[in-house]
Design a protein around this ligand. Structure first.
Ligand SMILES: CC[C@@H](C(=O)O)C(=O)SCCNC(=O)CCNC(=O)[C@H](O)C(C)(C)COP(=O)(O)OP(=O)(O)OC[C@H]1O[C@@H](n2cnc3c(N)ncnc32)[C@H](O)[C@@H]1OP(=O)(O)O
Length: 319
């Protein structure tokens, strides 16, 4: 464990394991996970630039069940991301990082379609490479925090919720990238995920390529990006991009079906579900020796905790 990770673990203990307090502490320390001023990234400068392209919103609904729903809301532009929505998303992620009771997150688009990527009106006004890179760094930071990725600068998992992208309609360009910032993708019949970047003379820049390789492997990722392939639910299942197709007309809305699907994995006390996400995430993101040490630290947080004591007292059998 690096000196910084030790410090982080000690701080977490001092803060009594309260994720809200811990999140607020970390937010004060550093808001961006991948890029900071060290990399020439000035968050306030790009926020201001993005705010000049308003429209739409990102809505967050947190529920007592511990499930939250994040909705990309700009139906008149097929839920494309305006500049102000990029800023909104960053603020909603901060809100989620401070939500102590959170266990699961569903990311969806409004009005039956997921997201058509960046708002092309904003993209056209930001074509110089400097602005493009700033926008890309801003979105990489936000989506990295959304997925709770461990990075060198941010070795603590701050948003340890199990997340699902509910894909209805289309997820194009940046919208396809956003789906990869969730742990799972559930697709409605007839929906499409398409990395259209090649057709735009681009490659993904919101971290979508790096994450896609980890999800489907480099050969499938090369095919999807190189061919700008329209991925329907059948292909998505075949290559492991989607977890399930949400079938079942008459069994509730797609959102209700996604909530039912997710609730299987989020049933139980928040600290335990958050611990599950942390150990899996560290196994995926960190070198083995660091992942093992993180697992030990997380284990130490739940061992002897209320859920553990209650389970021991009830002498439960796992039949
Ligand atoms: C860095 C770039 C990259 C990234 O961020 O990683 C990107 O994401 S670039 C954006 C990539 N996305 C696109 O290029 C999508 C372009 N749009 C379409 O292909 C189609 O609109 C659609 C999404 C397939 C839907 O087609 P259809 O069902 O026929 O509806 P319309 O075309 O009539 O769309 C309705 C309305 O929405 C506007 N729209 C759709 N997408 C965007 C967008 N990304 N930016 C801005 N506006 C968008 C579309 O122009 C229509 O508006 P009106 O013309 O005013 O009716």
């Amino acid at each position: 464990m690096s000196a910084r990770m030790v410090l982080c673990a000690v701080r977490q203990h001092l803060l009594g394991g309260s994720r809200g307090a811990w999140a607020r502490f970390l937010q004060r320390q550093s808001r961006g996970c991948v890029y900071s001023s060290v990399h020439g990234f000035q968050q306030e400068e790009i926020r201001e630039k993005l705010q000049a392209f308003p429209g739409g919103s990102i809505e967050l609904l947190t529920q007592e069940s511990g499930l939250a729903v994040l909705t990309i809301n700009y139906p008149s532009r097929m839920n494309a991301f305006s500049g102000s929505m990029m800023v909104d998303l960053e603020e909603r992620v901060s809100q989620l990082e401070g939500w102590t009771d959170g266990k699961g997150l569903i990311v969806q688009g409004a009005s039956g379609t997921f997201c058509s990527g960046s708002d092309l009106n904003a993209v056209r006004a930001l074509t110089n490479p400097q602005d493009g890179m700033k926008m890309c760094m801003f979105m990489q930071n936000t989506l990295t925090r959304l997925l709770s990725t461990f990075t060198e600068e941010c070795p603590q998992c701050r948003l340890p919720m199990i997340s699902v992208a509910l894909v209805e309609g289309r997820a194009l360009g940046g919208g396809a990238e956003l789906t990869t910032a969730c742990d799972f993708r559930l697709m409605a019949p007839g929906s499409v995920i398409q990395f259209v970047h090649k057709h735009m003379g681009l490659v993904p820049g919101w971290g979508g390529a790096a994450r896609l390789v980890r999800i489907v492997g480099s050969q499938n990722a090369l095919k999807l990006l190189g061919g700008a392939v329209k991925v329907d639910p059948e292909l998505a299942l075949q290559i492991g991009l989607a977890e399930e197709v949400l079938q079942g007309e008459g069994t509730g809305t797609p959102l209700q079906r996604a909530e039912n699907w997710l609730s299987v994995y989020t049933k139980g006390p928040a600290p335990v579900i958050q611990a599950v996400k942390k150990v899996v995430l560290s196994g995926r993101e960190l070198p083995l020796s660091e992942a093992l040490r993180t697992e030990k630290d997380v284990f130490g947080m739940v061992w002897g905790g209320p859920a553990n004591m209650q389970a021991l007292a009830s002498k439960s059998k796992h039949r």
